[in-house]
Design a protein around this ligand. Structure first.
Ligand SMILES: O=C(O)CCC(=O)C(=O)O
Ligand SMILES: [Fe+2]
Length: 218
């Protein structure tokens, strides 16, 4: 007797629509940026903050550079943050949680929008009191692989607007420039089109913690 082959064997795993990812896709389509609060839970934010602080105490951070080799004084007048690149092959448990959410988002974007994101790079960033990052764009000359910029804030729950360090996006609204001011509240993420959106980090009054990264093609 021939047994019936169960039908569901050949059925595809159903696509589950994710409302947060859909919001990101819609925002980027309409305005080239998206702000999502509580993208990361407070538990994950706290683990990532501890991870950042441990590595910073181990003195593993470097003063950020701009482009290639630029005079130290010029660098200081443009950006004052300290950074540490995250190696995805040598992650700790906090970073595993981070990357599992990032990879899930990336595969959703690739599936639903054919974004073609093949690479990503992320670094921790710490802005000491008094530092800033002057208005800039995230793509280097002759290198347009950065498609989406991604920032996730790791500050403590008591972060207040008076602590400074706002991210300001400069938005072109039919030839008129408007400023979108974004406070670095913990768990909040900001995603924007790397090649289009000029932005800056205003001077910080209280040490400001984050992870910044780029989703790249090729
Ligand atoms: O931390 C932020 O809000 C933005 C940082 C930034 O613009 C950069 O690292 O390129
Ligand atoms: Fe930037």
């Amino acid at each position: 007797m021939i047994e019936a082959v169960p039908n569901q064997l050949f059925e595809e795993i159903p696509f589950v629509e994710n409302p947060v990812y859909e919001q990101i896709i819609q925002d980027i389509g309409l305005q080239k940026f998206s702000i999502i609060d509580d993208f990361f839970s407070s538990e994950i934010v706290s683990l990532l903050r501890q991870s950042l602080q441990n590595k910073h105490e181990e003195d593993r951070f470097k003063k950020a550079a701009i482009g290639n080799r630029v005079n130290e004084l010029i660098i200081k007048s443009i950006r004052g943050d300290h950074i540490l690149w995250i190696d995805e092959t040598k992650t700790n448990p906090a970073e595993d949680l981070f990357f599992s959410q990032i990879n899930d988002l990336v595969s959703y974007l690739n599936k639903t929008c054919f974004m073609g994101i093949l690479h990503k790079e992320f670094h921790y960033a710490l802005y000491p009191k008094g530092t800033f990052y002057k208005r800039h764009i995230d793509t280097f000359q002759n290198d347009d692989r950065r498609k989406l910029s991604f920032v996730c804030y790791l500050n403590t729950e008591d972060w207040k607007p008076e602590n400074g360090g706002e991210l300001v996006l400069y938005i072109d609204d039919h030839g008129i420039e408007t400023e979108k001011v974004i406070y670095p509240f913990p768990g909040r993420i900001v995603i924007f089109e790397s090649q289009i959106i000029e932005h800056e980090v205003k001077p910080v009054e209280t040490e400001r913690l984050s992870i910044t990264g780029w989703l790249k093609t090729r």
